[in-house]
Structure formats: C-alpha cells, structure tokens
Design a protein. Structure first.
Ligand SMILES: *Cc1c(COP(=O)(O)O)cnc(C)c1O
Length: 391
C-alpha cells in the first residue's frame, strides 16, 4: 500500500518534469569538478569566494582534528561546546557588530530555531513570499499567524501590518539576498517600517555573509544596520565561507533566549570542532583576501554585460546569483542538458522551489572562476539557447 501510494506520487513528479536526481561528485568543490564520471565546468555551487577547498581551511581543519578528534560527542548544553566553537561565536559577533552570536548546525535549523523561539500562538509572522523554504517552514512551525507579502513590496507589507490587531508580537522575516533570484531586500526601508509598526525584523543573510560589505560582514555591514535596526541576523557558513553551519547574531538577551528556547539548538549534537576551526580560518581569509570579492564583482559585470548583448533573459540581480528565466519546466531541463553535453553544469530550478511558470537556470559565479570561464559560459549559452537571440 505504501509502495503503491509513493509510486503514484513519483510518477506524477516525473510527468511534470519535476523529478529531482542527485549526481555523484568525485572531487573537491571548485570551478571544475568531477561529477558522474565527467569533468565539468560548473556554475551552480554557492561557494561564492572559492574557499571550500582553500589550503588554509584544510590545514586548520586537519590540525584541529588531531587535537579535538572528529565528533563533538554531545550537544552544546551538555559537553559538546568546545573552545573552538566558543572562539568562532566571539569572532562572528565581532564581524557582524553584534553583542553575541550563537552557532547552529545548519541554516535550516537556525531559521526553525530562531523563529519558533521568538514567536508562537497569538503572535504574527509576516514573510516575503520568495523567502527560503526553511523560513517558510519556520513560520508555520512557530504556530503564529502566518502571512506572506508580495516580493519586496513595501506597500503590501505596510497594508498587512496596519491590519494586524494590537495583541501579540510581530516578526517580519526576509532573505537579505533572495536565493533563487539574486536580488536584495530593501533592508534599510524594512528596518524603518518594522520600527514604525512595532515589529521585530529578522534577515537571513545566507547569500550575503562573506560576499557583501567592504569586509565581507554581509548585508548588515553593506547597509550599515546595527542590532537595534536589524535585531535578528542569521548567516550561514556553508556558502561563501566555504565550511559548514550557521549562526544567529544579536543582543545578549536574544542569544540567551535562543540558548533557553530554540529547540533545534538544544536538542542536537554540536558540529565537529574541526569545522569550527576551519571556519575561523576562513573568516581570516575573507578579511585578508579582499581580492576575492572584487574579482567576483568583475565576473558578475562581465557576465551581465555579455548576456545582455546576447539578449539572454537576465534578471535584475546585482549578486553572484545570476538566473536566466526560462518559464517552462521541460524547456529549462532541456537547456540544462544541452549545456551539460558541452561540459557545463548548471541546474534547472523548477517549482516548487520557484513559483509555477518561472523555471530557470540558476547560474552562480564564484571567485574560483576566471574571465575565460565566464566567456566560455557565454559562448556556450549563445550556442544552445533556443529561439532567436539578438546575435
Ligand atoms: C542555504 C540556505 C539556508 C540553509 O542553510 P544550510 O546551512 O544549508 O542549512 C537558509 N536560508 C537560505 C536563504 C539559504 O539559501
């Protein structure tokens, strides 16, 4: 019975061109990877600064593993909170300009933990409709009244805030850089609106931390928002930082509250201390090798200029996430396959990850890419893109 019910759902998925399949990676993350037995130039990792395979991170992790072993052995509140985790939290607080930071095992858990710890039944949570799945799940899990506003539409947000009853706390939650679109949330305006409507603001900086801001401090640094204006700041460590894990940064009171009430923090094993050591090393590289951010900016400009000349369907993203909008699921898959045949790996992102009718190729650029890599991408896109291009 279970088998038959599941088979029906799988068949429906396949017929919709929405079936998801994994590929097997046989090398480190880099611009070129060995995957499913083929050597490919990839434009789909979130390793925006090319740090996932950096020798300084590898050395730090190796040394820490020799001293601290592999497993952390317990949760942070039992006996798993090592000096390396502690130092990393202090460093993250410094970089983000917050009182404190708290490490979580993943970004997904940080979002579930923070949202559900801050609000509950009788409260209100309002999210951008293009927020990451983990934030949407967090809103639902919290038990608060849950609403979504139109993407980056401040008028829609304010209309909804004005209609809320007096009772209950209010939390506004956004991605600071939207993961499938690459555009940014208007955080300065959102902070003002939150203050005006007596709401708390939370931003998920998974795609900003390490990349945005003069020192890589992320969206808070880029927009100059302190912890009064943006009280709940979430960042991840598995993307631009090139390691693993996530954090929430904010006031002393916020962090103490999360330690008491965030269940995905309390009831899980701490990440391996060697990962924390690698992350600390990465944060140093992020500061020291600022050329990685400027090189990435150069690649983004190069790609956008070239794609615009070709008449490719660019979106309005200023970041390393440069999606090309296709629309139809099957067509997005066909383009992805045609690129693959030419040795370029870019995944087709389809619903339910993105809204119906907005399937796209999610191209991500990295400081690990060269100008020549971007030129090869552009000429291959020109060769395989269906229909009329301007050239
Ligand atoms: C990747 C991502 C997460 C989840 O972070 P993990 O550490 O991979 O669990 C959360 N929010 C956004 C916007 C993301 O892109």
């Amino acid at each position: 019975m279970l088998e038959r019910a599941l088979q029906r759902r799988l068949t429906a998925r396949r017929e919709q061109s929405r079936y998801r399949q994994r590929r097997v990676l046989e090398s480190a993350q880099d611009s070129r990877i060995e995957i499913d037995g083929k050597n490919m130039l990839q434009f789909c990792s979130n390793d925006y600064l090319g740090l996932a395979n950096h020798p300084k991170l590898i050395d730090a992790m190796t040394i820490a593993a020799k001293n601290f072993g592999v497993g952390s052995g317990a949760s942070h509140l039992v006996s798993g909170h090592s000096v390396l985790h502690h130092r990393l939290e202090e460093r993250l607080a410094e970089i983000t300009g917050r009182d404190r930071a708290l490490l979580f095992s993943t970004g997904y858990m940080a979002n579930l933990g923070a949202v559900a710890a801050l609000i509950g039944r009788g409260d209100h949570v309002i999210e951008d409709r293009l927020n990451h799945a983990s934030l949407l799940d967090a809103g639902l899990l919290s038990g608060a009244r849950f609403q979504r506003f139109q993407h980056n539409d401040l008028d829609d947000l304010q209309r909804r805030l004005r209609k809320l009853p007096e009772e209950g706390n209010r939390l506004i939650v956004v991605d600071s850089v939207f993961s499938m679109d690459g555009d940014a949330a208007p955080l300065v305006e959102l902070a003002a609106i939150a203050q005006q409507h007596n709401a708390w603001l939370m931003a998920d900086d998974a795609h900003g931390f390490g990349v945005l801001g003069e020192h890589g401090g992320g969206s808070a640094e880029h927009f100059g928002l302190d912890q009064q204006q943006l009280p709940v700041l979430m960042g991840t460590l598995g993307k631009a930082i090139g390691s693993y894990g996530a954090f929430i940064a904010g006031s002393e009171t916020l962090i103490e509250s999360l330690i008491q009430f965030a269940r995905p923090y309390i009831y899980t094993t701490a990440i391996p201390p060697a990962i924390a050591a690698a992350t600390l090393a990465s944060l140093e590289v992020v500061q020291e090798e600022s050329w990685r951010r400027s090189h990435l900016q150069g690649l983004i400009q190069r790609f956008r200029t070239g794609a615009a000349e070709l008449g490719l369907p660019l979106m309005t993203s200023p970041t390393a996430i440069q999606p090309l909008l296709v629309g139809d699921d099957a067509q997005a898959m066909a383009i992805s396959r045609a690129l693959e045949a030419q040795g370029i790996l870019i995944s087709a992102i389809r619903p339910p990850t993105v809204p119906d009718g907005t399937a796209r190729l999610r191209i991500t650029l990295s400081a690990a890419h060269s100008d020549a890599n971007v030129d090869q991408l552009l000429s291959t896109l020109a060769a395989v893109w269906p229909g009329e291009l301007s050239r």
